[in-house]
Design a protein around this ligand. Structure first.
Ligand code: KIV
Length: 298
C-alpha cells in the first residue's frame, strides 16, 4: 500500500479548516466557498486564494479525463488526483468524491474505499451520492471515523436512471422526498450536504431545516455555501455549460491562442530567440574548433 502524500508547507498563515470549523461557519452565518481541483497547481492557487474547501470531484472523469459522464472514473484514478491536490493545498478542507461502484456494492467495500481516500489520497473527508438508500453505508463510514458529505438532487452517477443531467425536486412530492432524504442523511451522520440542481426555494427550506451546512450548485443563494466545477468557472470545459455556471475566465480560448502563437513562432524561427538560448564561453568554443581542425578528434 502507498503511504499518504506529504503535507505541503505553503500558506502557513492560514489555519487548516477542520470539520468543526467548516460546520461552525453555518452557525456564524459565514458563506462557505468550495471549488473542485484535480491537480497540484490548481489546489495551490485555490488554497492561496482562500478557498474553504476543495472537492476532488468525480467530475474529473469529464473535465480532465474526457469521459462521456462520471461513471467511468476508477478509485485508482481518483486517488492519484487526490494525492496531487493534497500536495498543493495546506489549509482548505479536502473532500474526495467516491466514484461509481466504490460504495454502492456493500457497506464494507464502501468503508474500505472511503478509507483509501484518507490513507492514500490525503483527504479529510469523502462525498457520496444518494439519499435513504445510503443510510447504512453513511453510518458505517462515519463509524469508522471518516467524515461524509452527502449529495442530493441531480446526482450525476444516476444519469441513466434520471434520463439526463436534469433539475430535480420540482414537484411537491419530489421536493418532500428530497427534504426527508436530507434529514435522514443528517441523522445518519453526514457533516454536510451538496444540493445540486434543485429549486432555490427548496434548497433554502432544506438549509433552514438542517443544522449541518448545505453546499449548493445550481440550487440558488439560500444554501450555506456554494460549489462549482473549477473547469466551468475558468472556461476550460467547452463541451457544455450548465445554466447555473458563472464563468469568470475563458482559459480554453487563452490556451488555444498561446498554443497557436507558439506554433507560429517555431515555424517562422521567432522562437527560440537569444534570451531563450544557452551559450558556452568563446574560449571553449575556440578550443573545440581547434580540436576538430587538428583532425585528431571526431
Ligand atoms: O464531481 C463533482 O465535481 C461534484 C460537484 C459538482 C458537486 O460532485
Amino acid at each position: 500500500m502507498t503511504t499518504s502524500a506529504p503535507v505541503p508547507s505553503r500558506s502557513p498563515e492560514r489555519k487548516k479548516i477542520t470539520i468543526p470549523a467548516f460546520q461552525k461557519m453555518k452557525s456564524e452565518g459565514k458563506r462557505i466557498c468550495m471549488l473542485t481541483a484535480y491537480d497540484y497547481p490548481t489546489a495551490l492557487a485555490l488554497d492561496e486564494a482562500g478557498i474553504d474547501a476543495i472537492l476532488v470531484g468525480d467530475s474529473l472523469a469529464m473535465v480532465v479525463l474526457g469521459y462521456e459522464n462520471t461513471l467511468a472514473v476508477s478509485m485508482d484514478e481518483m486517488i492519484h488526483h487526490c494525492r496531487a491536490v493534497r500536495r498543493g493545498a495546506s489549509a482548505a478542507l479536502l473532500i474526495g468524491d467516491m466514484p461509481f461502484l466504490s460504495y454502492q456494492v456493500s457497506p464494507t467495500e464502501a468503508v474500505r474505499n472511503a478509507g483509501r481516500f484518507l490513507q492514500e489520497g490525503g483527504m479529510d473527508a469523502v462525498k457520496l451520492e444518494g439519499g435513504r438508500e445510503r443510510l447504512e453505508t453513511v453510518g458505517r463510514i462515519v463509524e469508522a471515523g471518516i467524515p461524509v458529505m452527502g449529495h442530493l438532487g441531480l446526482t450525476p452517477q444516476s444519469v441513466h436512471r434520471l434520463g439526463g443531467f436534469r433539475p430535480q425536486g420540482r414537484t411537491a412530492e419530489a421536493a418532500r422526498r428530497l427534504l426527508e432524504d436530507a434529514l435522514l442523511l443528517e441523522q445518519a451522520g453526514c457533516f454536510s450536504l451538496v444540493l445540486e440542481s434543485v429549486p432555490a426555494r427548496l434548497a433554502r427550506l432544506v438549509s433552514e431545516r438542517l443544522s449541518i451546512p448545505t453546499i449548493g450548485i445550481g440550487a440558488g443563494a439560500g444554501c450555506d455555501g456554494q460549489v462549482l466545477v473549477t473547469h466551468d468557472l475558468l472556461g476550460l470545459f467547452e463541451r457544455f455549460r450548465p445554466r447555473f455556471v458563472k464563468q469568470y475566465a475563458n482559459l480554453y480560448a487563452e490556451m488555444r491562442r498561446a498554443f497557436g502563437e507558439y506554433i507560429a513562432d517555431v515555424q517562422t524561427g521567432r522562437f527560440p530567440a537569444a534570451q531563450h538560448t544557452v551559450e558556452m564561453p568563446d574560449e571553449e568554443w575556440e578550443e573545440l574548433r581547434q580540436m576538430l581542425a587538428d583532425g585528431t578528434h571526431a
